[in-house]
Design a protein around this ligand. Structure first.
Ligand code: SF4
Length: 296
């Protein structure tokens, strides 16, 4: 696919908060590609890292097409943090030079790859201009992470979070409500709270599990191995997570999968958000979106 002469291979996937960002593809696909709930790259393309010269060429083409006013750049695809430290730093530096008004450079990064890089490498990438990482925590419960084949442990999630924040990079953490199913909802909540409270990320972003076609998790649901939570049960998790949070960042549920849109700064907006969730829990379950969409 080409737009403004920029090249892009595979599905375009970015967080809603990057809707205004210029997307410059740095990696293709996901190097992990095993999470059982994720459909994004299950049909390919195979993971690869684009040559630095090609990425810089696209940055230059974007400047020709859009001018110098670009303020936010996101480098897809999944786990661009896996690039060699020197290469990632180089494209960040080049982007900053090319767009003098730049305010933010962002990538996706899973905990295991951040831990593998370590503090010194992350610090040098931060100095080159990387300013925000979107990290899929998904759950802080070890068994849920293992069952979902996330590839990281709760301890790695905490370590990665601290490395990112100590490097001066903003941390945006994603939590998937309902990911523990009915049998591990309590552990999903308590483990997630433990990781979030020990990390205190800049952003906590809530999503609700909505099974997708072409995923191993959907097979588990169809065979009865995994039981989805009802809307009220998901709202209960939402309530318990907000209630147990001891953090100072923003909590946002900026996603179509959620049964309620809560947003607020912690801790000052905690009580208001809890009231909003409580009110939603009083609504009949039939008033929410379908729990399960098996053909999307
Ligand atoms: S790391 Fe992200 S993109 Fe890769 S399989 Fe897991 S959820 Fe999907």
């Amino acid at each position: 696919m080409e737009r403004y002469g920029l090249r892009y291979e595979g599905p375009i996937y970015r967080p809603p908060s990057e809707a205004q960002s210029l997307l410059i593809q740095a990696t293709i696909g996901c190097p992990w590609n095993k999470c059982t709930f994720c459909m994004v790259y299950k049909n390919g393309p195979r993971f690869s890292i684009r040559p630095v010269d090609d990425i810089k060429d696209d940055i230059t083409r974007a400047r020709k097409a859009l001018g110098i006013g670009v303020r936010m750049v996101f480098f897809p695809s999944g786990n661009t943090i896996i690039m060699k430290t020197g290469d990632l730093a180089e494209i960040c530096r080049f982007t900053k030079e090319t767009f003098p008004h730049l305010e933010r450079i962002t990538v996706y990064g899973s905990a295991q790859y951040v831990v593998r890089k370590g503090f010194d490498d992350m610090k040098s990438i931060a100095s080159a201009g990387l300013s925000r990482i979107h990290m899929g925590l998904e759950s802080g419960d070890a068994q849920v992470l293992e069952r979902m084949r996330k590839g990281s442990t709760p301890e790695q999630q905490v370590e990665a979070g601290r490395i990112i924040m100590d490097s001066g990079i903003e941390l945006s953490e994603y939590v998937v409500l309902g990911l523990g199913g009915k049998d591990r909802t309590k552990e999903h909540v308590s483990g997630t709270l433990d990781v979030l409270n020990r990390t205190d990320p800049d952003f906590i972003r809530l999503r609700t599990l909505l099974p997708k076609i072409n995923t191993p998790l959907l097979e588990d649901i169809d065979s009865g191995k995994f039981e989805l939570l009802s809307p009220h049960e998901v709202l209960r998790e939402t309530y318990d997570i907000i209630s147990g949070l001891d953090v100072t960042g923003l909590l946002i549920s900026d996603h179509y999968t959620n049964y309620i849109n809560v947003k607020g700064k912690m801790p000052e907006d905690k009580e208001r958000m809890l009231k909003d969730v409580w009110k939603a829990m009083k609504k009949p379950e039939t008033s929410f979106r379908k729990m399960y969409v098996g053909d999307e």
